[in-house]
Design a protein around this ligand. Structure first.
Ligand SMILES: *[C@@H]1O[C@H](CO)[C@@H](O)[C@H](O)[C@H]1NC(C)=O
Ligand SMILES: *[C@@H]1O[C@H](CO)[C@@H](O)[C@H](O)[C@H]1NC(C)=O
Ligand SMILES: *[C@@H]1O[C@H](CO)[C@@H](O)[C@H](O)[C@H]1NC(C)=O
Length: 279
């Protein structure tokens, strides 16, 4: 006989287990366990829960990094500055990424240029809008002023893809790299001394350690994911697009004169650097 009954049975089991493991591994990647997932939301929720139990609710907490959810801009700016000064963001971050000191060293001499582009901007979300090229040019000038030499662009085009239709996933894979390339062209023109390393998709923890310990961190798209890690930086070398204010969504670039002044006032109060579209 070709194989006896028991051996055949054992082979079948082995093959089943192997397929199951493959499927499971694929799901893990698909669900974002091996890719940047919603770490930003988890962090902001944990932080708000610890510091504002009286106000805490999950939806508010997950958006607490946006000024429009606060009573006013000074309350927002003061609260986040206090969380930098009491090191609670740092403590939270390092409790999550414990044992990665060597990874931090790997990124100290590069600036992190984080481009969150996967499900957003192809699924509508008012917090995540494509920034105009002027924003990337402002980032380039600021990095150069900080004497940054090497810049590492980070882009992962999948983010929990199984939640999104095929068209969104396809748009992310094809359009995000091209959009990043356009920004890089503008940045090179604006700041010719910056040297751009090849674009990479880093794991979730690695991205967060880099955002905290790189020579500077810039978000090309607003992102709750790297917000806590970068806002924890004692040197304030963190660049974000316009965050709006209470009554005005982030990214609104068509503001009246008084609203624009208000955005400038917010900019002065933050412990990091926020872009304001106009003078
Ligand atoms: C901002 O809101 C806080 C908390 O409600 C309040 O104490 C403070 O007076 C407000 N500041 C301004 C400038 O409105
Ligand atoms: C950048 O380098 C220049 C020239 O070495 C120096 O004068 C300046 O203070 C440096 N700026 C920062 C922010 O380190
Ligand atoms: C942006 O702000 C202007 C001025 O306040 C307002 O008229 C407009 O509706 C806002 N746009 C969005 C998309 O929120």
């Amino acid at each position: 006989m070709f194989c006896d009954y028991r051996a055949c049975f054992a082979h079948a089991i082995t093959i089943c287990v192997a397929f199951r493991l493959l499927w499971w591994w694929h799901r893990m990647i698909d669900e974002g366990i091996a890719m940047p997932a919603s770490a930003g939301n988890r962090f902001t929720e944990a932080l708000m829960h610890a510091h504002m139990p009286q106000k805490y609710n999950m939806a508010w907490a997950a958006s607490a990094w946006v000024p429009e959810h606060w009573n006013n801009e000074s309350q927002y700016a003061q609260w986040w500055r206090a969380r930098r000064d009491d090191r609670s963001m740092d403590t939270l971050l390092h409790s999550y990424v414990v044992g990665n000191a060597d990874v931090a060293d790997r990124y100290r001499s590069v600036a992190l240029l984080h481009y969150r582009c996967s499900d957003v901007p192809f699924v509508a979300n008012p917090h995540y809008k494509v920034q105009p090229p002027q924003y990337a040019m402002w980032v380039a000038r600021q990095l150069q002023a900080w004497n940054v030499t090497r810049v590492l662009p980070v882009l992962c085009t999948h983010h929990m893809p199984s939640r999104h239709p095929w068209s969104v996933r396809w748009a992310a894979r094809t359009k995000c790299p091209a959009m990043l390339k356009d920004y890089l062209v503008r940045m090179r023109e604006t700041a010719p001394k910056l040297k751009f390393l090849p674009t990479r998709c880093l794991g979730e923890k690695e991205t967060l350690i880099a955002a905290r310990h790189a020579s500077a961190t810039a978000q090309l798209m607003l992102s709750s994911f790297t917000f806590i890690a970068a806002a924890a930086r004692p040197d304030g070398r963190f660049l974000t697009p316009s965050l709006g204010f209470s009554g005005c969504k982030p990214n609104n670039v068509s503001l009246s004169k008084s609203e624009n002044d208000r955005l400038h006032a917010l900019q002065r109060q933050l412990h990091w650097r926020m872009w304001v579209p106009t003078k």
